[in-house]
Design a protein around this ligand. Structure first.
Ligand code: C2E
Ligand code: MG
Ligand code: MG
Ligand code: MG
Length: 278
């Protein structure tokens, strides 16, 4: 390890991880192995149409069961994967696996499910996503309109022109585009309305305080108003209680995901859960 702690590895030490200096590098090595050892797997969290209480889709969330540490939070290992570039092969696998599962679940369904996949800035900047998505849809047979890509505001607002071009190319394939964690970044509203975005995801940090926190109420109302006037669809994340769901619904946000409905589940469990619903 000492050998590798030269200047070339300094870039791994992001402030967030600096408490334990050895952690990121070891985590990176472990993550490299995790891919081959099959320690990564996908969880799916249902997304609900609150009007009908129907399941309309699911978000794909990456999971890592480390052989000795147990489950490692994505909040911890995604940044390591991004810094090291491992997010590129991992992200390709996530996309392919999510599309493959969704295509299978959609066979014979009257209302096909939409599957959301998270894409980080590094993936977007360093890979040709329109081409990757086109290839993956072709290989898995998933209908383009059933795939939704979630990007954060920082992805969209960095290198705005290059990103806008890629978003338009993705949109031309027929996939749906969502802005994740909306309200936590620094979106320029002027740009936002010119991008081919379908949906805003209200961040869970604003959902948490509903309905008692007047600040969160105001922010959620503002996002709903913005979405309705600019023509974006909406989904709220991190909905944990009936009160939060009712509050969002009354404001005009009709889609939700969160523990109130279901936690993220492995694919086979998701399917069982889905089939048990009326
Ligand atoms: P995100 O995309 O904003 O995902 C929502 C997070 O909220 C997930 O955390 C989910 O498990 C959690 N969550 C869902 N419902 C509730 C709820 O009712 N209450 C609370 N308190 N939390 C809830 P998770 O799975 O730890 O993922 C964290 C972040 O990691 C994600 O945030 C996403 O940015 C990133 N991530 C996850 N999978 C991938 C992936 O495949 N690729 C990339 N690039 N990033 C990923
Ligand atoms: Mg997300
Ligand atoms: Mg989110
Ligand atoms: Mg989030």
């Amino acid at each position: 390890r000492c050998k590798r702690e030269g200047t070339d590895t300094l870039r791994l030490y992001t402030p967030d991880l600096s408490q334990d200096v050895s952690a990121p590098f070891e985590l990176e090595q472990d993550l490299r192995r995790a891919i081959d050892n099959g320690e990564l797997w996908l969880a799916f969290q249902p997304q609900i149409d609150m009007r009908s209480e129907r399941v309309i889709g699911m978000e794909t969330l990456l999971r890592w069961t480390h052989p000795t540490l147990g489950p490692v939070s994505p909040a911890k290992f995604i940044p390591v994967a991004e810094e090291s570039g491992l997010i590129l092969p991992i992200g390709e696998w996530v996309l392919a696996e999510a599309c493959r599962q969704a295509a299978r679940w959609n066979q014979g369904r009257a209302r096909p499910l939409r599957v959301a996949v998270n894409v980080s800035a590094v993936q977007f900047q360093r890979q040709n996503w329109p081409r990757l998505v086109e290839k993956t849809l072709h290989q898995t047979g998933l209908a383009a309109e059933c795939l939704e890509l979630e990007v954060t505001e920082s992805v969209v607002m960095q290198h705005i022109d290059a990103v806008a071009m890629r978003l338009r190319a993705l949109k031309a394939l027929g996939v749906q585009l969502a802005i994740d964690d909306f309200g936590t970044g620094y979106s320029s509203l002027a740009y936002l309305k010119r991008l081919p975005i379908d949906r805003l995801k209200i961040d869970q940090s604003f959902v948490r305080g509903l309905p008692s926190d007047s600040g969160d109420m105001a922010i959620c109302r503002a996002i709903v108003g913005l979405a309705s006037s600019l023509g974006f669809s909406l989904i709220a994340e991190g909905v944990e209680t009936a009160e939060q769901a009712t509050c969002l619904f009354d404001m005009g946000c009709c889609e939700a995901q969160g523990w109130r409905y279901a936690r993220a589940m492995p694919g086979d469990e998701f399917l069982t859960w889905l089939q048990a619903r009326p």
